[in-house]
Write a protein that binds this ligand. Structure first.
Ligand SMILES: Cc1cc2nc3c(=O)[nH]c(=O)nc-3n(C[C@H](O)[C@H](O)[C@H](O)COP(=O)(O)OP(=O)(O)OC[C@H]3O[C@@H](n4cnc5c(N)ncnc54)[C@H](O)[C@@H]3O)c2cc1C
Length: 381
């Protein structure tokens, strides 16, 4: 494998670094899980978009730079190193957009992608239901045929960003008589402000409304908002999860920057005789580099036309467990100061604890690795 970046990617890195140095807000924006913070992050998305930094890998016609997957990885390294704000449009850009590129009509792409890239429309993912998390195919929310579209009914939950987002994408049961649970599902998009939608915020550990439950009562969705063929929702959804776990949800840039921050913390605040802690800091740096190289290897295969399959589960288990270990090391390094709940590391630690759950729990990911990558027999369910 050639580990050198192309001249174009190096140019992109230099341009991104210069742009970020000039534009990243000096003071952190308010939390994006508040109304005020959400609005501030939406404005930041518009700022990024105005200079074509919001979706660098996308084709130019939709607001990108056509920089491909490596351009995106390079941009993300610079983005996190610069301490730039969290991306409020993440669900749309990393989950819905790859699905649209693979399965939508040209009309849908032209209608949805530019407004997503600019932050004008912020998306929420409406997959999970109260009784359907790991066993997602057991979902019960229905979409029933009506003139010119579908009527949605049911309940979704744990929908991140939904308290303030504009639209959502999800899978719905359209054929309750299909012989298997993952058949007869349809993938579609809907407005969170449409008649019949009730959005009830759910507080996170810190009390901020980071998620919502969605109650849907005969919500009309026009045919133009169905992605792919009705009944094919499961197949389409599975291509989304590969992207989420495997490549795009957690780029190495985030962890490289966090490991750098940890090293700085060690240099300025640690007891040099504590070699056990020093070794954990070194492990964090090695882990970030290992994840970077593994991701570059996956990206090379992706760029050569392969799809990311069960390897995405390996990535997901790795980054989620790595993230917790890194934050625990930082808190141990800070000592009593780490107990202050408004500190950056303390907040990051609390969020890292959710990593083994979202994007598919690690128990399920380990089953996928065991069965599909290692060829071990199926466990008892
Ligand atoms: C921070 C965060 C953000 C989220 N954002 C979204 C979002 O935006 N949109 C959305 O739709 N959902 C979202 N979710 C929901 C998430 O996808 C689910 O929590 C996850 O899929 C697990 O489902 P569950 O909560 O129903 O747990 P369950 O499926 O009930 O699992 C409970 C426990 O049992 C284990 N388990 C279950 N089945 C098996 C099995 N067959 N073998 C071994 N172990 C098993 C699980 O691994 C887990 O440890 C989010 C969750 C979190 C924590």
């Amino acid at each position: 494998m050639d580990l050198d970046l192309s001249a174009d990617e190096e140019t992109l890195r230099a341009e991104a670094r210069a742009w970020l140095a000039e534009h990243v807000p000096a003071a952190p924006l308010p939390s994006l899980e508040t109304e005020e913070g959400f609005a501030a992050h939406r404005e930041w998305e518009a700022r990024l978009h105005a200079d074509r930094w919001s979706v660098v890998s996308w084709p130019r016609q939709y607001g990108g730079r056509g920089a491909g997957i490596f351009g995106w990885l390079v941009f993300e390294e610079e983005y996190y190193a610069a301490g730039a704000p969290g991306r409020v449009s993440q669900n749309g850009i990393h989950l819905l957009a790859p699905t649209l590129f693979d399965h939508a009509t040209e009309e849908q792409r032209a209608r949805v992608l530019p407004a997503m890239a600019s932050g004008e429309v912020i998306w929420a993912q409406a997959w999970s239901e109260p009784e359907s998390g790991s066993d997602l195919a057991s979902l019960k929310s229905r979409a029933v045929r009506t003139a010119g579209g579908w009527l949605l009914s049911g309940q979704k939950t744990w929908s991140s960003r939904a308290p303030f987002a504009d639209r959502a994408f999800g899978i719905f049961r359209t054929d309750p008589d299909a012989p298997k649970a993952h058949q007869g599902l349809t993938y579609l998009m809907f407005d969170l402000s449409a008649p019949g939608v009730t959005v009830r915020p759910i507080g996170r550990l810190d009390g901020k409304p980071a998620f919502a439950e969605l109650f849907l009562d005969q919500v009309f969705v026009p045919d133009e908002d169905v992605i792919g063929e009705p009944g094919q929702g499961w197949r389409i959804a599975m291509s989304t999860t590969g992207n989420e776990r495997g490549l795009t949800l957690r780029s190495p840039g985030r962890f490289l920057a966090a490991a750098d921050r940890l090293v700085r913390q060690w240099r300025t605040g640690a007891d040099p005789s504590d070699t056990a802690l020093r070794d954990r800091v070194a492990d964090a740096v090695i882990g970030a580099r290992a994840y970077q190289l593994f991701t570059y290897a996956n990206a090379s295969r992706f760029a050569a036309g392969a799809s990311i399959g069960a390897e995405s589960s390996l990535n997901k288990v790795f980054w989620s467990e790595y993230d917790i270990a890194l934050h625990e090391t930082a808190l141990d390094l800070l000592g009593a100061e780490g107990e202050l709940t408004d500190g950056e590391w303390a907040q990051g630690y609390v969020f890292s604890l959710a990593g083994p759950l979202y994007a598919g729990t690690n128990e399920i990911q380990r089953d996928i690795v065991a069965e599909r990558l290692l060829g071990l027999p199926k466990g008892r369910r």
